[in-house]
Design a protein around this ligand. Structure first.
Ligand code: GDP
Ligand code: GDP
Length: 445
């Protein structure tokens, strides 16, 4: 697609690679190299929780998600404890783990602690022997064979040496599709329940699962989570993603915030539709907004559930309406439902909202219909003239759904405000309830 636009269409959930290792072995440098960007990961300040924990990557045409666990600082005591706690988080959310060690330093106690966790998990591991900047230091990597994690991949995150071979090894370790093949038609819909702590996620889940629950443990021999639950609602099966992350909270008491955001990001990645649970009795928060942004960036469908409606009185209702107008403008398209998880009031509204959102997410507009729509739009509302020239939409297609993604072939570059206008009109015409809509432009040279 054109270089000056959003990333290409996301074709659904991608497998997750978690990067773990001691501080200073070069994880951030390596993550930056893998995602092909320089700015992303490095700028954090110590002790500050990163917003962003997962990044899109592609290698040889295969897309995957990189999760950097470096920003998580649990308050476990020693370094080895901290690192192994971090590794536990990583294996619980990832399909494969990239374990980074500093080849020049060799194996430390902290590394050994990670190895234990990785072995126990049974997840595929790629061992990166970093800081092998030249042929001379390559021999140091060989010493890492005795970790029992397979062939060490010598790499220089800093200079890029060996990174192609490392990524090849990563692709071999990642399953073709995350966890299972979710892409199969007719499989249960995948739903992630997300939201801040204490908004009522587990109460909602409990009400939904009732007694119709099947706990799905993904892979034999792995640690117990993530665990999905299959639930029959309205005579159809639904898969609730990573419910272990909702139910278990005691163990993650330390580093909880980071852990929660990591889990949220990966659950969204694995889901088709996210249900953002908001406490209706509390002001809409920054954190709610961040989760919404994560859903949008991942290109997933979204439903917003205002829970604890039993606590919402006239006055609160007044303010909530204003907060919705102010804080949720970006996602005006998301179906909103008010419910009380504690009693089950309005719980039955969830499935219709999910259906609406998934319907919008999968809407496809035929090329003929799209172009007659675009023709009318351009005639009624041409792009403003800029510098004596008038950018124009020549032709459009919708190459993919989930989320709906449009490509506009243009003469001249359309302004962002005009693209927003096109999006608004597309939504008026075709609905696209509950879904982000991506519009890319390809200006003719
Ligand atoms: P992290 O704490 O594991 O995320 O490590 P960083 O990515 O922040 O890197 C720690 C230090 O090691 C930085 O000064 C990097 O520039 C340096 N470093 C990272 N990768 C390499 C490498 O391949 N070779 C060399 N010589 N230095 C590296
Ligand atoms: P989670 O952290 O998002 O999973 O939230 P929980 O489901 O554990 O709920 C947090 C607290 O809110 C608990 O004390 C629940 O009983 C309470 N709660 C959950 N749903 C409702 C509701 O609809 N109304 C009221 N009043 N309280 C609720």
């Amino acid at each position: 697609m054109s270089e000056n636009n959003e990333p290409g269409p996301d074709e659904g959930p991608t497998p997750v690679l978690a990067v773990v290792g001691r501080p200073n072995v070069g994880k951030s440098t390596l993550v930056n190299r893998i995602i092909g960007r320089r700015e992303a990961v490095v700028e954090d300040r110590p002790g500050v929780t990163r917003d962003r924990v997962s990044y899109d990557a592609t290698w040889n045409g295969r897309a995957f998600t990189v999760v950097d666990t470096g920003g998580w600082d649990p308050d476990a005591r020693g370094l080895a404890e901290r690192i192994s706690a971090q590794a536990e988080v990583a294996v619980s959310v990832a399909d494969a783990v990239l374990f980074v060690v500093d080849a020049g330093v060799g194996i430390t106690d902290a590394d050994a602690a990670v190895v234990k966790v990785l072995r126990r998990s049974g997840k595929p591991v790629v061992l990166a022997a970093n800081k092998v900047d030249d042929a001379r230091t390559e021999a140091e990597a060989a010493g890492l064979w005795n970790l029992g994690l397979g062939e060490p991949q010598p790499v220089s995150a800093l200079h890029g040496r060996g990174s192609g071979d490392l990524l090849d090894a990563v692709l071999r370790a990642l399953p073709a599709t995350p966890q299972e093949s979710f892409e199969e038609l007719g499989g249960p819909r995948r739903v992630a329940i997300v939201g801040r702590p204490n908004v009522g996620k587990s109460s909602l889940l409990n009400k939904l699962v009732g007694s119709d629950r099947v706990v799905v443990d993904d892979a034999a021999g792995t640690t117990v989570d993530p665990i999905d639950e299959l639930v029959v609602l309205r005579e159809r099966e639904w898969r609730f993603i990573d419910t272990a992350g909702i139910r278990r909270r005691v163990r993650e008491a330390s580093g909880q915030e980071y852990y929660a955001s990591l889990r949220t990001a990966t659950a969204i990645e694995r889901a088709e539709v996210a249900v953002l649970v908001v406490d209706g009795s509390q002001p809409i928060s920054e954190q709610d907004q961040r989760i919404i942004a994560t859903v949008q960036e991942a290109g997933r469908a979204l439903v917003i559930a205002f829970n604890k409606w039993d606590l919402v009185d006239e006055e609160r209702r007044y303010y909530l309406d204003r907060e919705i107008e102010r804080d949720l403008v970006r996602v005006q398209w998301a179906p909103r439902i008010n419910l009380t998880a504690r009693t089950g009031w309005h719980i039955d509204r969830l499935v219709p909202a999910l259906d609406a959102a998934l319907g919008g997410w999968e809407t496809r507009v035929g090329t003929g219909a799209l172009n007659s729509f675009l023709g009318r739009l351009v005639a009624e509302h041409p792009h403003p003239v800029r510098g004596g020239k008038q950018p124009k939409i020549l032709f459009g297609t919708q190459p993919s759904t989930s989320p709906p993604t449009f490509v506009l072939f243009t003469s001249g570059k359309l302004e962002a405000s005009y693209l927003r206008f096109v999006e608004r009109r597309l939504r008026e015409e075709y609905g696209f309830v509950g879904t982000p809509v991506l519009i890319q432009q390809k200006p003719r040279e």
